[in-house]
Design a protein around this ligand. Structure first.
Ligand SMILES: [Zn+2]
Length: 348
């Protein structure tokens, strides 16, 4: 448990803005090495850890994405402010006044997302959401030249500066828990898997947030017989959310996805997950009809098709800089994934 939190903290604090996942990749390779037979990195940057099983037994692929939403420097003003593009689904409303790190060639620089002060906004302006293209990042530079001297240029990525903390006994708050918790799940599942017939692939994917790109190529290479995406989902247990809108709750066990906008979970996989949860007496939640999707959507359409499912940890405030999840849920999700892999039939 202590180790699990430590691993989550390390992964959460690392920068893995879409397309620049190297810090997370290095950590994940290190964490997977002692618990798998072999680790490799493919040409797009996906990490693939393999635990070898018996000959002719099914190949199981587990996928968790290493990338996180973030920003990218788009232009530099003559006064040394950075204008930016968004990477992944970011709501403009959460950007104003965020502390950030700009990852330039001379290391990471602290900054803040600035905007026109409300004091000089017209009443009409105050009512509107400030859109990202009228915001800028202030790194304390005085000019375009100054920015260049600091090692920052167009195309550099920007991550949010968020401290990882415990909330009470069971919760943690941190950056990019979507999907660093999935990376922790990969490591924990591989650590606990012993004596299984299947060959299991733990894949840390790149560029999920911009279109499931890493999953596409890694699944093609592996050609799995069955696959599970390990990710987060919306926790519908905060004020203002109706039961119907988001059924998953934090602390109530792993969420088994039935359908989202990119995947209808294969009935065999759904049956396997529900069955495994019931046999092992692991509380679980079913979820259907949420917008968005996971790596499983793309893996399912690989080659001649792959039966896929999704196991998620219900997480509050996803796609914002700070999200919150329950460690109890993480442990239960590990247990369920391990139980399901152990029960995977030969002919799935
Ligand atoms: Zn995710």
């Amino acid at each position: 448990m202590v180790k699990l939190v430590e691993a989550l903290e390390k992964l959460s604090c690392a920068c893995g803005v879409v397309g620049r996942e190297h810090e997370v990749r290095e950590l994940l390779v290190k964490m997977l090495k002692p618990v798998v037979d072999e680790v490799r990195v493919d040409r797009l940057g996906n990490v693939i850890g393999v635990k070898k099983g018996k000959k002719n037994a099914p190949k199981v692929m587990l996928a968790a994405h290493m990338d996180e939403i973030g920003l990218m420097v788009k232009s530099v003003t003559k006064d040394g402010f950075l204008q930016f593009a968004k990477l992944g689904g970011i709501d403009d409303r959460i950007l104003v006044a965020q502390r950030v790190f700009v990852h330039g060639s001379k290391g990471k620089l602290a900054g803040v997302v600035g905007s026109k002060p409300p004091h000089i906004m017209k009443d009409e302006e105050k009512k509107k959401v400030v859109e990202y293209d009228s915001l800028f990042i202030d790194i304390g530079a005085k000019s375009k030249d100054d920015v260049a001297k600091l090692g920052v240029r167009v195309g550099d990525v920007v991550s949010f500066d968020v401290r990882f903390v415990r909330l009470g006994k069971d919760l943690v708050l941190g950056k990019a828990l979507d999907d660093r918790v999935g990376c922790v799940l990969l490591v924990e599942v591989m650590r606990l898997l012993e004596g299984v017939d299947c060959t299991v692939y733990a894949v840390g994917t790149v560029q999920e947030e911009v279109g499931l790109r890493g999953a596409t190529v890694s699944a093609f290479g592996i050609a799995p017989d069955v696959a599970l995406a390990l990710d987060v989902t919306v926790a519908g247990d905060v004020p203002g959310v109706k039961e119907f809108e988001a059924p998953g709750k934090m602390g109530k066990g792993p969420v088994i996805g039935v359908m989202d906008s990119g995947l209808i979970t294969h009935p065999k996989v759904l049956g396997l997950l529900v069955d495994a949860a019931e046999k092992a007496k692991i509380p679980y939640q079913l979820e259907t009809g949420l917008a968005g999707s996971t790596d499983a959507a793309r893996i399912a359409l690989t080659r001649e098709g792959v039966p896929c499912g999704v196991l998620s940890v219900a997480t509050r405030y996803i796609h914002s800089p700070s999200s919150v999840l329950s460690l109890k849920d993480v442990e239960a999700t590990v247990k369920l994934a391990v139980a399901a892999i152990k029960q995977t039939p030969k002919n799935i």
